[in-house]
Design a binder for this molecule. Structure first.
Ligand code: ACO
Length: 329
């Protein structure tokens, strides 16, 4: 039986930008086809942020929705964690801009950089702060504008990514509902399999670095795929064990939405039928840290996660990083 949870999810929200980029649009930009993208990834279209808007704007919209869902005001927040690899500026944290936008004057605000696993890293941090009674209300957001880091002449990456944000408000558990377990992990030996070489201090902005395309995501897709299948399967298995859950007790598996084949392999490893797996990859592509909180919010609003039901979330991303969490609603 799972131990008593420290923290619970009180509200969720999401922000999806309005511009749609379909596989057919991409056919006109690079040597690819709708059939190839669907068959290899499961993606049909992705959403891109509008001109003049930034990651913090998407995060702010998702945050306002999650606060309203939780029935809380921004001043009630003790902490804001934004998981992102596509923050507005080099520094400060995108979380500080969200804090300003919503008026969360009592919160500490910082970002977490763990690529696609970032939201679950944030959830794990929030759970620890709430568990130690250092915080009461924590806003955890996953938000990305990967379109601004994507090379739309590179067919290996440009078909995959999209923009968006999702948010949850965490609070102390009311008893039965809450996080039944979290786990996070990483292996820096694989850091260069999936990364953006600029514009940190290693490759500061210059004409040469722009010409070399250092401002874009670079990925060894095939190797990342292999690592993802193993890490997602192991992270999901470990969280079931840690939370004392059997596969039958999982009402909904919410995996990071990177590739349908990786999702299917993870579900198979856990012996969870696809009817109990939440998939919205076809509409949004891979939105990195935003993918799980967007899916979680959609699942709740569609009535696929009701009171007493258990969700398992599992992610994998650049770093390489992985993470999982089990939660009862
Ligand atoms: N359209 C048509 N052909 C393509 C495309 C495309 N968009 N992209 C690659 N190809 C070609 C390749 O050039 C290659 O051709 P070749 O055999 O002549 O060399 C062929 O298709 C097969 O390439 P693979 O890379 O082996 O294709 P694969 O089946 O592995 O699919 C994919 C590629 C979709 C990228 C897959 O490897 C994948 O999903 N990898 C994981 C990505 C991921 O999950 N990232 C996670 C985290 S993201 C983050 O943290 C921000």
């Amino acid at each position: 039986m799972a131990s008593k949870p420290h923290s619970m999810i009180l509200g969720t929200g999401a922000a999806i930008p309005g511009r749609v980029l379909t596989n057919h649009d991409l056919e006109k930009m690079v040597d690819t086809s709708d059939a190839w993208i669907r068959e290899r990834t499961g993606i049909e279209e992705r959403r891109l942020i509008e001109e003049g808007r930034f990651t913090s704007d998407l995060c702010t919209d998702a945050a306002r929705m999650a606060l309203s869902d939780a029935g809380l005001q921004a001043v009630d927040l003790d902490m804001i964690i934004v998981a992102t690899i596509s923050g507005d500026v080099g520094f400060p944290a995108t979380a500080c801009y969200v804090q300003k936008n919503i008026g969360a004057i009592n919160a500490a605000a910082f970002d977490v950089s763990a690529a696609c696993s970032g939201f679950l890293y944030g959830l794990s941090i929030a759970d620890a702060f709430i568990g130690s009674a250092a915080c009461r209300h924590v806003l955890v957001i996953g938000g990305e504008t990967l379109s601004r880091m994507t090379d739309y002449s590179d067919r290996n990456t440009c078909v995959l990514f999209g923009d968006g944000a999702g948010a949850v408000v965490m609070t102390p558990s009311n008893g039965r509902a809450g996080l039944l377990g979290t786990m996070i992990g990483s292996d820096g030996r694989y850091a260069d399999l999936l990364y953006m070489p600029g514009f940190g201090t290693k490759n500061p902005p210059s004409l040469e670095s722009v010409k070399a395309g250092y401002q874009f995501i670079k990925m060894e897709g095939r190797e990342v795929f292999k690592q993802a299948v193993t890490a997602m399967g192991e992270a999901a298995t470990r969280i079931l064990h840690q939370a004392g859950l059997s596969s039958d007790q999982v009402d909904l598996l919410i995996p990071h939405q990177a590739n349908l084949r990786i999702i299917e392999a993870t579900a198979k490893k856990l012996s969870i039928p696809m009817e109990r797996v939440f998939i919205n990859l076809a509409k949004y592509g891979n939105t990195s840290a935003a993918s799980i909180p967007i899916a979680l919010d959609e699942a709740r609003r569609m009535g696929r996660l009701n009171q007493g039901q258990v969700a398992v979330m599992v992610a994998f991303g650049g770093g390489l990083t992985w993470a999982s969490a089990a939660v009862r609603f």
